[in-house]
Design a protein around this ligand. Sequence first.
Ligand code: SAM
Ligand code: DTB
Ligand code: SF4
Length: 352
Amino acid sequence: MSLSAENRQDIRHNWTLQEAQALLNLPFNDLLFRAQSMHRRYFNPNDVQVSTLLSIKTGACPEDCAYCPQSARYDTGLEKEKLLEVQAVIEKAKAAKAAGSDRFCMGAAWRSPRNKDMPYVVAMVKGVKALGLETCMTLGMLDEEQSQQLAKAGLDYYNHNLDTSPEYYGEIITTRTYADRLGTLANVRNAGMKVCSGGILGMGESPQDRASLLVQLANLPQHPDSVPVNQLVKVAGTPLEAEQDLDPIDFIRVIAAARIMMPASRVRLSAGREQMSEEMQAMCFFAGANSIFYGECLLTTPNPAANKDQALLHKLGINRDHRVTAAPSTLETLLTAGNDTEQTLFYNAAQA
Ligand code: SAM
Ligand code: DTB
Ligand code: SF4
C-alpha cells in the first residue's frame, strides 16, 4: 500500500463513541505506541509549534462558563480591562516574534464581538500579520458576516472550543448552547479560516465524556487544524475552584487518542502546563502533542517561564517548528484528490 493510501485511511470522520472509549482504555503502552507511530507519519516527532497568547479584553464577560476567571458572575479578584489599543497589541506581537513565537493568539472576554468592535480587531489582525506572524483570535461566537470580515483581514486561525462533551456541557455553561458553538465553527470554516477547537479536561467529566468530546471534534466536516487540550486551571472564586485533580495518566491518554483520531492536526498541550511536571509534559509530547503556548501568561493565569520551557525543550531535544506548514485541511484536500504532492508535505520518519 502506498503512503498516500495509508494516510487516506487514517483521516476519518465516522468515529463511534465505542471506538474512542476503546482507544482510551487500551493498555497505556499500546496506546502510546499507536499514537507515536501515527505522529511520525504526519509530523517531525521532535518539533513543536509555539504560540503566544495575549488577552486583548479582560474580564467582565456576561457568560457563565464555570471554569472561567473572566466571567462577571464570579468574584475572582481579576482586574478587568477594556479592549486594548491596536498599537499596544502590535507592540506585544513584536515582542512575541522576537522571543521566537510563530503564532500570535488574541483573546477577548466576550460572548461575541459587537459590530463596533470589529474595525479594531480587524486592524489588529492586519498589524500583527504584517509582522510576519500567523494570527489567531478567540472572541466568542461569530456570525457569518463577522467571520468573513476576519477572514478578509487575513486572520489565519479562529479558536472556539467545544470545551466538553454535549452530554456534560449543561453542567458547565448555560448561557450558550453546544449548537451555538458548532455554528460558529461552521461560520469560521466556511469563511476559509483554519479552525482551532478543543476542550478542557479535569472539570469533573467522566471518561465517557472525554471520549464523546473527541468524537465530536474528529467527526466535524474537517478536523480542526489545531486541537487545544487544556487542563482545568482552578481559579479561586469560580464554581470549579475545588474540582478534583484529573489523574495525569488519564490526561495523557486523551492526548494520545486525539493524535490517533485527528492524525494531521496540531494537538496543543494548552492551559495547565504550569501545574504539570516535566515528566508529564514529556509524556504528552510522546503521545503526540506538538504545540504549546509560550510565555509567562496565558490569558489571565500563569504559564511556565520562557527559560523553563527552553530548558525543557532542550532537554528533550525538541525544536521549535518555525516552518509555516500546509494546513491539515489543505492536506486532506490533497489526499482526497490522490495528489502526489503530499509526499513533499509529510515528514517521512523512515528517511529521518
Ligand atoms: N470568550 C471567548 C470564548 O469563550 O469563546 C474567548 C476566550 S475563552 C477564555 C477561550 C477558552 O479558554 C475557553 O473556551 C476555555 O476552553 C479556555 N479556558 C478558559 N478558562 C480556563 C481555565 N480556567 N482552565 C482551562 N482552560 C480555560
Ligand atoms: C485555549 O484552548 N486555551 C487558551 C486559548 N484557547 C485562548 C486559553 C486558556 C485560558 C486559561 C485561563 C486563563 O489564563 O484565563
Ligand atoms: Fe466569557 Fe469566554 Fe470566559 Fe466563557 S470562557 S466566561 S465566554 S471569557
